[in-house]
Design a protein around this ligand. Structure first.
Ligand SMILES: Nc1ncnc2c1ncn2[C@@H]1O[C@H](COP(=O)(O)OP(=O)(O)OP(=O)(O)O)[C@@H](O)[C@H]1O
Length: 159
């Protein structure tokens, strides 16, 4: 399951508090949708290289903008292996059930032919890994207090 690690830096308390769907537990239901391939191709400019955010073990992630104007991240799974299919099913199934301020939000998916796409909220602050050990590690020095907050936030998201 994807933790919304670094996005703790991007979601303010006010934003969370203003979201009428947030329950007192911090867990809230959120409507996800089944996207059409056409919508995603349009949003990502046909998976244009310039829109690429990164690459993971199972696929490539692209930035996109929906027709309604919101920013999304689209994971396009690589070849349809049994493992990739499992990753797709687990990710959609688990993230589709629950929404929490510390978990990466699922916006929806597309499945058709050999194409498997998972659509998430776009996280502009990049990954926690990049802040701890990667390109962004030098930008903001994370002191122990900040690290502690991130660790607690991660634990809350998993719980
Ligand atoms: N929702 C998102 N918003 C912004 N960037 C993202 C988002 N999801 C992924 N990325 C970018 O795409 C990269 C690849 O993400 P992906 O989830 O495929 O792999 P990973 O988490 O690095 O590894 P693994 O495939 O093992 O889970 C990330 O490192 C990040 O830079």
């Amino acid at each position: 399951m994807k933790l919304c690690n670094f996005c703790c830096l991007s979601i303010s308390k006010n934003e969370a508090a203003n979201n009428s769907l947030v329950a007192s537990s911090g867990v809230y239901e959120y409507p996800w949708e089944i996207f059409s391939l056409k919508e995603i191709l349009h949003a990502t400019n046909n998976f244009h290289d310039d829109y690429m955010l990164g690459e993971g073990g199972f696929g490539t992630v692209y930035w996109g903008r929906t027709a309604a104007g919101s920013e999304i991240a689209v994971k396009r799974l690589k070849t349809m292996t049994a493992m990739a299919e499992m990753e797709f099913v687990v990710e959609v199934e688990v993230l589709g059930r629950v929404r929490h301020k510390n978990l990466l939000g699922l916006r929806g998916y597309f499945a058709g032919g050999d194409e498997r796409l998972i659509i998430y909220d776009y996280m502009p602050n990049r990954s926690l890994l990049s802040h701890l050990h990667g390109h962004n590690a030098g930008e903001v020095l994370l002191n122990w207090q900040m690290r502690m907050r991130i660790a607690l936030g991660s634990a809350e998201g998993i719980a």
